[in-house]
Design a protein around this ligand. Structure first.
Ligand SMILES: [Cu+2]
Length: 118
């Protein structure tokens, strides 16, 4: 009984850490050759993306996760919401942005990422 409680608490702690605390620190710079974000296994890969400010940017999403949760990606700051086709990359055009950090995520925010504009 105690063992089960400890396991349960551990699981809760892990979930809290995974969804709310864990933040990968490295930001990946997107380049013309390398600007694809893969959507798979609960994460955007890469999840932190550096893009230049003040000019239009395109990024590509490649969704490999078949779950409904992963289907839509939202950039709330720019009112962008797109359906991602499965196993096929989709290009999303972003407007010229002010320097700052902007979130993007799935509707339930289980997948989440950050655009770092500088
Ligand atoms: Cu979701």
């Amino acid at each position: 009984m105690i063992l089960i409680n400890i396991l349960g608490l551990g699981l809760i702690a892990f979930i809290v850490w995974w969804f709310w605390i864990y933040k990968p620190s490295d930001a990946t710079e997107l380049t013309a050759e390398n600007k694809t974000i893969v959507v798979d296994s609960g994460i955007y890969q890469p999840a932190r993306i550096k893009v230049p400010s003040g000019k239009n940017t395109t990024i590509e999403f490649l969704r490999k996760d078949g779950s409904p949760c992963a289907t839509t990606v939202i950039f709330p700051d720019f009112e962008i919401s797109r359906e991602l086709p499965l196993n096929k990359s989709l290009t999303i055009e972003l407007p010229a942005m002010e320097p700052g950090e902007y979130a993007f995520h799935c509707p339930m925010k289980m997948y989440s990422g950050t655009l770092i504009v500088s």
